[in-house]
Design a binder for this molecule. Structure first.
Ligand SMILES: *[C@@H]1O[C@H](CO)[C@@H](O)[C@H](O)[C@H]1NC(C)=O
Ligand SMILES: *[C@@H]1O[C@H](CO)[C@@H](O)[C@H](O)[C@H]1NC(C)=O
Ligand SMILES: *[C@@H]1O[C@H](CO)[C@@H](O)[C@H](O)[C@H]1NC(C)=O
Ligand SMILES: *[C@@H]1O[C@H](CO)[C@@H](O)[C@H](O)[C@H]1NC(C)=O
Ligand SMILES: [Zn+2]
Length: 496
């Protein structure tokens, strides 16, 4: 076996907990017990996040001190969980890997986590599949002997220790139905009770007082152009002649896409910056519309422009994931420009990278906003807007459990007013950039293409282009209308 360290997993209620606690090791506690606010204070200050997209499989992760673990009451406050002893801290990151929420009909026959961990084990010490194809210029990967270590395997997830020089390629080692989310490097702020609850009443009030505004509707009708969205998506996928075969965050294509996005947005008004986060990854592109009233409050719209291809292949057009969200966001920027929209609050439009390897780009940005004491009134991530099963109606799904419910309610109600053709529902599809905002207590939600599980047969596949059955630009446009109308509602707007 390739694993350097064998698993040391113990049930919480075994009677040898003390043996797990040694000075040279760190302990990780994974539990499904909620509510988090009932946990002892020493656990709350060592919280490293909640993982998983459905309420019955969510896992909360803590890195408690040995004293906390052995203290009276710590273990008894939880009803389920595992304690894992981790090798002394080393280079790299701890990464949770779990189900994306793919429809069972699309799962490969060997989709269980034990076969996946075997796969990671054998691949992590062989060659990097990305470098084998000369059509891709891969930046900055030095493929060394350090190995990815499996720290823990539960029925829902894996926990990996990933060396720094392999953070950028973890996605290429995983089957399509599994997604990575990196744990933060420091504990998350203690924000309970209620993520984003500070902002919930503002959003709930806006939902309550919503009414159809014909002027806003006209802005959407004239501003959001299907042809423009399609042009943007096809440039990103390489279906139009951008020359990019992949926007995997470590490829030349992603670095070029970042420059193209920045240039394109700036040509339409707002200023953008590159926001780098980890060596080798293409940077986030963060664009900013100033407030008309010098308000420090902001609304954030985002998508991720990086992509993931099929196992072992180097092409990754990312037409749906997340060319659709990125093309939609560019379509919104075009609408703001063509309609002369200005906002009372600040509006930030963010194109993230490193999403596919563990939400790195968005996490870095959300942490930055938290450290700046930014006041975020609403964040909406658009990830996968383009696909529905042929024959199904146009849809809009909001997250089943990742995000602030009041944010999702506002988006859902706006949808009824401005894109009534969308059937609104929920999804447990997991892990996109809104999770980074949730982690820092910001009021965040996601818009997604389909009620229920992921049904796109080209999910994380090198065939994810826009010219295929089930890919529907009408749906992307309908969702873009909802996203822009929601941003206008929360940010306040006028026409220049
Ligand atoms: C929401 O509305 C309630 C009742 O009208 C009011 O008391 C509260 O201050 C409002 N909250 C915000 C953030 O505007
Ligand atoms: C915003 O700030 C600028 C510069 O400080 C000032 O000139 C302007 O009057 C302010 N605008 C409003 C609406 O307060
Ligand atoms: C943010 O707020 C904290 C607490 O009020 C303060 O100590 C810190 O200096 C602030 N940071 C910035 C960047 O304003
Ligand atoms: C509309 O908002 C209400 C709360 O005001 C919420 O219960 C309802 O689910 C929302 N509708 C949609 C479609 O999201
Ligand atoms: Zn995505």
């Amino acid at each position: 076996m390739m694993w350097i360290y064998s698993l040391l997993v113990s049930s919480l209620f075994s009677n040898n907990q003390a043996e797990l606690v040694t000075a040279s090791k760190r302990d990780i506690l994974i539990t499904s017990s909620t509510p988090l606010s009932d946990h002892p204070a020493c656990l709350q200050t060592t919280y490293y996040g909640t993982y998983g997209g459905s309420s019955h499989t969510q896992e909360h992760i803590f890195l408690p001190s040995p004293e906390c673990l052995t203290a009276q009451g710590t273990i008894s406050s939880l009803n389920t969980g595992s304690i894992i002893s981790v090798p002394p801290s080393q280079d790299g990151r701890i990464v949770w890997v779990g189900p994306a929420g793919v429809d069972p009909s699309l799962l490969p026959s060997n989709s269980d986590l034990s076969s996946t961990s075997e796969t990671i084990s054998s691949l992590s010490s062989s060659s990097n599949p990305l470098t084998q194809d000369e059509t891709q210029h891969v930046i900055g990967i030095s493929w060394e002997k350090k190995e990815i270590i499996l720290l823990h395997r539960s029925s829902n997830s894996l926990l990996l220790q990933v060396p720094s020089d392999q953070l950028g390629i973890l996605d290429t080692l995983l089957p399509a139905h599994l997604v990575p989310v990196a744990l933060p490097q420091e504990p998350l702020p203690t924000l309970w009770p209620g993520v984003g609850s500070r902002f919930a009443s503002n959003l709930a009030n806006l939902t309550k007082t919503l009414k159809f505004d014909p002027t806003l509707d006209a802005v959407l009708n004239e501003g959001i152009q299907l042809n423009a969205v399609r042009r943007n998506v096809r440039w990103l996928t390489g279906e139009a002649p951008s020359g990019w075969k992949s926007r995997h965050a470590f490829t030349q294509g992603a670095h070029e896409a970042a420059k193209w996005i920045k240039h394109k947005v700036e040509s339409l008004g707002p200023e953008c910056i590159f926001f780098p986060f980890l060596p080798g990854f293409s940077p986030d592109v963060i664009c900013h519309y100033p407030s008309l009233s010098n308000s420090t409050e902001m609304v954030i719209l985002s998508a991720h422009y990086d992509s993931r291809g099929s196992f072992g292949l180097t092409t990754a057009p990312g037409g749906n994931d997340d060319g659709s969200g990125s093309g939609q966001l560019l379509g919104i920027v075009e609408a703001i420009s063509s309609q002369g929209l200005q906002f009372e609050k600040q509006l930030v439009v963010a194109f993230f990278s490193g999403e596919e390897q563990g939400l790195y780009g968005s996490h870095h940005f959300a942490k930055h906003l938290y450290e700046q004491n930014a006041t975020v009134l609403l964040h909406i991530q658009a990830d996968m807007l383009g696909y529905h099963v042929p024959g199904e109606p146009l849809q809009l799904a909001l997250p089943e459990c990742i995000g602030l419910p009041e944010a999702a309610h506002l988006v859902g109600n706006v949808s009824h007013l401005y894109s009534p053709e969308l059937v609104v529902g929920t999804t447990a599809a997991c892990c996109s950039d809104h999770q980074s905002f949730v982690a820092y207590g910001f009021p965040a939600t996601q818009v997604y293409e389909r009620n229920g599980p992921i049904a796109d047969p080209k999910y994380h596949n090198s065939g994810d282009i826009s010219q295929r059955e089930g890919y529907d630009f009408e749906q992307i446009v309908a969702i873009a209308r909802v996203v822009l109308a929601t941003a206008m509602t929360v940010a306040g707007w006028k026409i220049k």
